[in-house]
Write a protein that binds this ligand. Sequence first.
Ligand code: FDP
Length: 328
Amino acid sequence: MIQIEQTFMDFLLEHQERHKRSYHFLILMNSILNAAKRIQFYYSTGALRGNLGMTGSTNIQGEDVLHMDMIANELVKHSLARSGRVVHAIGEEEEEIIVMNEEGGRYFVYYDPMDGSSNVPHNLPIGLLFGVAKRALEGAEDMHLRAGREYIAAGMFVIPTGTFTIALHNAGCWRFHLDETFNFVKPTSMMLPISKKTWELSFNSSKRETYAPPVQKWIAENEKKYRFRYMGALAGDFHRILLNGGLFMYPAIVNHPDPRKNRPQGKLRLMYEAAVVAFMCREAGGGAVDENGKPILDIVPEKPHQRTALYIGSKPLVDEITKVLKEK
Ligand code: FDP
């Protein structure tokens, strides 16, 4: 007997039919899958094709742009536009909101085409992250700057590892694996483990002295209780937390010896990084807060590329750190 696994598209089709939903979302997801598979191809052959280096230019965030940043961004933008289902998109590499189909589109898509740039020269895991919100189909349009709580789906491909994790509103968080036929298959429901045995802490330890003193104190008191893992790519680090439990944090930088390098607003981007993983984490039974202990999913963005601090993972640890953050 051969083993025939359920594909992501079959899974989604059943989901849409069961909930009496339209096929528009399937078409949108198909376009994101196509982009992810193409990024997978360009990245896994990147060293051979000379695609792992810098372009020599900087992006709107003032960061050096890699060839792969550009390639991944073009692939996602092209696929989203082709789906015909996207009103506007916001992407890490694009300063302006990308206008797509204002007449007939149904969704707003927020995406980071290539998260974890420091891994690129090594061909180690990077991520394609996306969040989806739905246009107000009735009444006045409320613009595209939505809080994570309003997303209907959020997901992340870890490339070239070949895993795809997606959370659907009130329908759980699911992980798929890329098979030999280039299909994402075998849905596995992701729930953060209750047992502390596997829990991990994940943060840039070399920056700990730049964090707020109460955060430093919490780290000092708790770090010996858990394993420490840090990959330096949110997609990879969060991927581990989803399976093993624990806490990933990228706190605000408030005590840098060179005050110009402080980042009181945090480093990660709210709409296409923090809110995406926070949405997935909620569906997997976890939580996520910012530097003030406010739930990430409640933050209404004021601008597309807004940054935030992020504390995310198992509920008991997020609750513990929230208390510290609120009292500081
Ligand atoms: P990167 O700058 O390498 O693209 O989104 C930014 C991000 O990576 C996250 O993926 C990662 O968690 C974090 O920044 C790493 O930052 P540090 O190098 O400061 O640890």
